[in-house]
Ligand binder design. Structure first.
Ligand code: ADP
Ligand code: ASP
Ligand code: MG
Length: 407
């Protein structure tokens, strides 16, 4: 008898019929002789709807109350799913994050899990219950409810699989697995059989919504294999696991894109030590997460610096930059919120050459201008105009034969 953690995302529990379908999937796993812990997200777009509600009340919702509000979405799902399972004569119990005792730090909206006691869940499993746990939420030592960042139910599932020493962590979603790129954007996208933690971590961080990046960090740290698969079919999905040397045979595993990007340039800065340091220290002190940075070569003792931030940080960034412009005597600050980041990812990049040139040539042939470039050992990212994203993903997908290659 094994222990299985099954996580179902928002689209899998979006209405009553879908919740009944999830109940069937869960009961099948139970019938196969397993102990089952189920993690669920809020139904459909509930989390977005709750955010909209809060924004109608105030432009700056209190963080603690926001988490109190957002946690209700998952509470709906656990109750309804437990009802659906019990209705079929199986034993089940729903538990909120607080009832399990998922202890987090105090960073509202983006809390980190500090500790998960397993006593309560194990006790319920021993009683023969299917345990249905609310994803995305925890509680601080002061007993305030916290949430784990968007997509955080993935993190709840992986963390539970880790502390319970589950045999497998299954992430059920609305696609068949992890694809070479978002199958809702590129028709030719192909399902991957396997992907390494590092590749998935990069893909998720660069915009592939299918898994939350922080959940992959935890999976990698504790060596938890994840099976991403469809709620609506029984086909095998994608295994996210540790890297084996054979994985380097595939140069580019996948492509990710992120339209949630804005580019800021500060023009005519003095070219002297400490200028960049003071600028980025000021941005960091305001909690602004800066992504790509380029500095143009200096002329006449002056230079320009451009960088990207996510849309949510744009206004705050422009306020800081206006102050910096005055303090440092720059000429102007310009911004463009219509940019996007497109990235290729693969552990094979470490051992193959000519990857960047192939990516840039594909963009050039499609007439797409590259505004910024950044690279790491296993990824190359370019900033382009966001109107070109779909086309860019398609041409790069084709250039690397991602629709054909075996992986
Ligand atoms: P859930 O509600 O189950 O958590 P998400 O919406 O968070 O599901 O993630 C699934 C979605 O991720 C898919 O519908 C797909 O559009 C998107 N996606 C983006 N990149 C990829 C990729 N490389 N492979 C699979 N899906 C992807
Ligand atoms: N409901 C939360 C969200 O929409 C968490 C999740 O779905 O994983 O982000
Ligand atoms: Mg998700």
């Amino acid at each position: 008898m094994g222990l299985v953690v099954m996580k179902f995302g928002g689209s899998s529990v979006a209405d009553a019929d879908k919740i009944k379908n999830v109940a069937r999937r869960v009961m099948e796993t139970r019938d196969a002789g397993n102990k089952v812990v189920v993690v669920v997200s809020a139904p459909g777009d509930t989390t977005d709807d709750l955010i909209t509600w809060a924004e109608k009340i105030t432009a700056d919702p209190d963080e603690r109350e926001m988490d109190m509000l957002l946690s209700t979405g998952e509470q709906m799902s656990i109750a309804l799913l437990a009802m659906a399972i019990k209705d079929k004569g199986y034993k089940a119990i729903s538990l909120t994050g607080a009832q399990v005792g998922i202890l987090t730090d105090k960073v509202h909206n983006m809390a980190k899990i500090v500790h998960i006691p397993t006593k309560k869940i194990r006790k319920e499993l021993r009683k023969g219950n299917i345990v249905v746990v609310a994803g995305f939420q925890g509680i601080t030592e002061d007993e305030d409810i916290t949430t784990l960042g968007r997509g955080g139910s993935d993190l709840t599932a992986v963390a539970l699989a880790s502390v319970l020493k589950a045999d497998i962590c299954e992430i059920f979603t609305d696609v068949q697995g992890v694809y070479t790129t978002d199958p809702h954007i590129v028709h030719e996208a192909r399902k991957l059989d396997i992907i390494s933690y590092d590749e998935m971590l990069e893909m998720a961080g660069l915009g592939a919504q299918v898994m939350q990046a922080r959940s992959i960090e935890v999976a990698k740290k504790f060596n938890i294999d994840i099976h991403v698969r469809s709620t609506f079919s029984h086909e095998k999905g994608t295994i996210i696991t540790r890297e084996v040397s054979k994985m380097e045979d595939v140069v580019v595993r996948g492509i990710a894109s992120d339209k949630n990007q804005a580019k800021i340039s500060i023009i005519d800065l003095p070219d002297k030590p400490g200028v960049a340091a003071s600028m980025f220290t000021e941005l960091a002190s305001k909690g602004i997460n800066v992504d790509m940075i380029i500095q143009s070569s200096a002329a006449d003792g002056r230079n320009d610096i451009s960088f990207t931030v996510s849309h949510k940080d744009l206004l705050k960034t422009l306020e800081v930059m206006d102050k910096i412009k005055r303090e440092l005597g720059a000429t102007e600050v310009i911004h463009d919120r219509n940019v996007a980041k497109i990235s290729i990812v693969g552990v094979g990049m470490r051992s193959h050459v000519g990857i960047a040139s192939k990516m840039f040539s594909a963009l050039a042939r499609a007439g797409i201008n590259i505004e910024m470039i950044s690279t790491s050992e296993i990824k190359i990212s370019c900033v382009i105009k966001n109107v070109h994203v779909e086309k860019a993903v398609k041409v790069i997908h084709k250039a690397f034969n991602l629709d054909k290659k075996k992986n």
